[in-house]
Design a protein around this ligand. Sequence first.
Ligand code: F3S
Length: 284
Amino acid sequence: MEVIRAKTAGFCFGVRRAVDTVYEQLGKKEQKKIYTYGPIIHNAEVVKDMEKKGVVVLQSEEELDALTEGIVIIRSHGIEKRIHEKLSKRNITVVDATCPFVKKIHRIVERESAQGKYIIIIGNPEHPEVKGIKGWAGKESAVIQNAADIEKLSVEKGKKICIVAQTTFNYNKFKDLVEIISEKSYDVSVLNTICNATKERQTEARSIAEAVDAMIVIGDKHSSNTQKLFEICNRACKDTYYIQTLDDLDLNQLGSVETVGITAGASTPNNIIEEVQNNVRIIF
Ligand code: F3S
């Protein structure tokens, strides 16, 4: 039996950087209490380990407001401008681990909105990254994630519009939505801000899933990029399993297969992928 592990499985650059930032802060001698604003990444295993070492996850803006001292680490998804400004006025050390690619989108939407453009963010409005971007885009902005959302836009004809994307958005869906917006009578400029790490991971996952008998996608259930990876693999391979750790692999569901593919979302640590990879031969 052959096991094919995707080269792009696991931590992307931005997530690795954010996770390393937390451990670096934990390793410092002069220890102040360390907080992360929201879980540093969408991976329960990693967050649990950090909590064991003393990191406190702030779950809401109220909890952030209540802080009087300590170090607050901003996760790779980034935060709204308003919150940044609020934090800078306080006696709190801010360590910004926003992924540089997300930071770039903040700068783009801030600049384009200052030039009078209406900003359209293509992405999931509930995702923290999108909420953060929206917070840099000003009032003249909207988040859309499907064609119906475009119909609800109330932007006057001829208005200059700048379109950006959530970094983990599916490229084909992005293209389709941009096409629909471009057919309206707006003056549209498009900046494809989908991160290459996502595209590469999705392309590799699809081609492995097309070639194997069974596919395993590893990642937290709340990780949107893992959910998308699962959708893509499931379309290409009917026998696709979405697991958080090895424990979730349901042995009874597995038939006899000759080839198994493994991929993982951007927030899945290497040790979890390796554990699955090493055990998959025994299981199958
Ligand atoms: Fe950054 Fe791309 Fe990862 S935007 S957090 S490197 S998926």
